[in-house]
Design a protein. Structure first.
Length: 123
């Protein structure tokens, strides 16, 4: 099996760890769109309003969300962040708690990017 090994100096390696190898100047919503695919979000969350294993991201931002416990919450930035990092905190009515926890998995900029992307779909 052939492989390529890259050896960086400490500063370049730290930069790679911080950015995930992504251009740090990429707009957050564009990075979020890329992460939607690469992190597996597209497996369960649609962008067109169709319902699958999880709620669609289309139009959710800035609107009320009905939870399985009967409460409603505003899908604002805090709700979206919590839903990504600790998805079991608030389960949307009609869906099972199947989303994996992304706390400790996403870099801060990746989380910001997903939130920014979801905001663009809320219009």
């Amino acid at each position: 099996m052939a492989a390529t090994l890259y050896v960086d100096n400490e500063a370049d390696y730290q930069k790679w760890l911080d950015t995930g190898g992504v251009d740090p100047n990429m707009p957050l919503d564009k990075l979020g769109a890329m992460l939607y695919e690469s992190k597996g979000c597209s497996t369960c969350h649609s962008l067109d309003g169709s319902i699958g294993q999880a709620p669609s991201w289309k139009g959710v931002y800035g609107h009320q969300v009905q939870l399985s416990n009967g409460q409603t919450v505003m899908a604002d930035e805090n709700y979206v962040r919590e839903s990504i990092l600790v998805p079991s905190a608030k389960i949307v009515k009609g869906f099972d708690n199947i989303m994996p926890v992304f706390q400790g998995v996403l870099r801060p900029r990746e989380l910001d990017a997903l939130v920014a992307y979801i905001k663009t779909l809320g219009k």
